[in-house]
Design a protein around this ligand. Sequence first.
Ligand code: SAM
Length: 197
Amino acid sequence: MRLRDARRDYYRNLAHEQGFRSRAAYKLKELNQSYRLIGPGFYVLDLGCAPGGWTQMAVKLAGNKGKVMGIDLSYVEEIPGASIVRGNIEDESMVDEILEYFGRKVNAVICDLSPQVSGNWTVDHAKQISLNYSCTKIMDKVLIHKGNAVFKIFDGEYSMEFRDFLKKKFARINLTKPPASRKQSSELYIVCLGYTA
Ligand SMILES: C[S@@+](CC[C@H](N)C(=O)[O-])C[C@H]1O[C@@H](n2cnc3c(N)ncnc32)[C@H](O)[C@@H]1O
């Protein structure tokens, strides 16, 4: 078995054993170990949450004093400790529902969005980055001062422009790839700490 396959199996097995719905949960766990995006008692908004691995991990990290909401276009089975909403993050009216659930601004916005991929990289990259800009529109209305965020990006032509856009909004920005993210995938994560607005 090649190292890359072994690693994929490692995270898949771990997710299965520990009851996480996706191996992606470990990407969030690793990002959190490095950057402490989410701490106990945090209110966390998860955009593009299906099937729910990040939401499950966010519930765990935020603990019983925290609050978590996950939003996706697809149906997501109930997750104890989280509110799941079926909706489109490109629809800015989602903001009302978000603020109503939390009752105040949130401490972290986590975004792991992927569009339906067409196979045409230029198109898929542009669409994915556009989804991230939509997330920032929601984020600007719901994230607390000094709050944190993370965005998955399909790396490409518009990545640095998006990173620079985020740089103006946060005290600290890091472009990173956690070990649980497959080396051959072009995804990267932009970790944003200390929202300045
Ligand atoms: C890679 S998956 C997320 C995996 C998730 N973080 C986990 O740990 O299970 C990306 C998700 O983005 C969602 N998505 C794409 N466009 C969306 C949109 N406009 N509004 C809401 N969700 C969207 C897709 O439906 C898909 O479920």
